[in-house]
Design a protein around this ligand. Structure first.
Ligand SMILES: [Zn+2]
Length: 199
């Protein structure tokens, strides 16, 4: 059992998994969105893909007990456990400096896109792309007319998900620094999250 590692508030981390190992990602304080990516260890061009998972799963949320698919339609992770109400987002792109500019920010703002690339660099990897992330605990209600809105997480402190590697892979996570919309809770205060590699 690996030790608990911190994803510091507003920052990213990445971890290598061998096939069969799992990563437990913990919403320590209950209201923190964690943008999550997964890349094949053998080819950074193969990665977890929301666009390819939604049609196979037939829904917009990942499903406990079912795989999550890569852009080559192969299972890359298995969604093994989820103690939260299961509300995660697969629609919204990772935040980036442009996004905060559109929200009125005039200086550099920490963002999940830069956190992804920094976290990969820290373990000697690069990705030419920023794939659409699985936004753990991000609550984007979708109305019957397709309208989306910015909800607050439905999770509680200590909720976690367990993702099992279906191939040797790298999981990257960003504790989303969004502090201009209530997606990290009404207080709009990004905080730390934790993870550990299991198995
Ligand atoms: Zn973000």
């Amino acid at each position: 059992m690996g030790e608990f590692m911190t994803i510091p508030a507003r920052h990213g981390r990445a971890a290598r998994l061998t096939k069969g190992q799992s990563i437990q990602i913990i919403n320590t304080h209950g209201s923190q969105v964690v943008d999550t990516w997964c890349f094949s260890a053998e080819d950074m061009g193969e990665f977890m893909s929301n666009e390819h998972s939604r049609p196979t799963l037939g829904r917009i949320f990942p499903v406990v007990g079912k795989p999550i698919y890569s852009n080559r339609r192969r299972p890359i992770l298995f969604f093994a456990e989820d103690t939260s109400p299961g509300r995660h987002d697969t629609i919204i792109a990772a935040c980036d400096d442009y996004r905060y500019g559109l929200l009125g920010c005039t200086e550099y703002h920490d963002n999940c896109t830069d956190n992804l690339h920094a976290a990969l660099r820290a373990i000697g990897l690069r990705s030419p792309e920023t794939p659409s992330p699985l936004n753990l605990w991000m609550n984007i209600p979708v109305g019957p007319d397709g309208a989306t809105s910015w909800g607050e997480p439905l999770s509680k402190p200590g909720d976690y998900v367990v993702l099992r590697a279906e191939m040797d892979c790298v999981v990257a996570m960003s504790a989303c620094p969004q502090d201009m919309l209530p997606i990290n809770g009404r207080g709009m205060k990004p905080v730390e999250a934790h993870y550990r590699v299991v198995g």
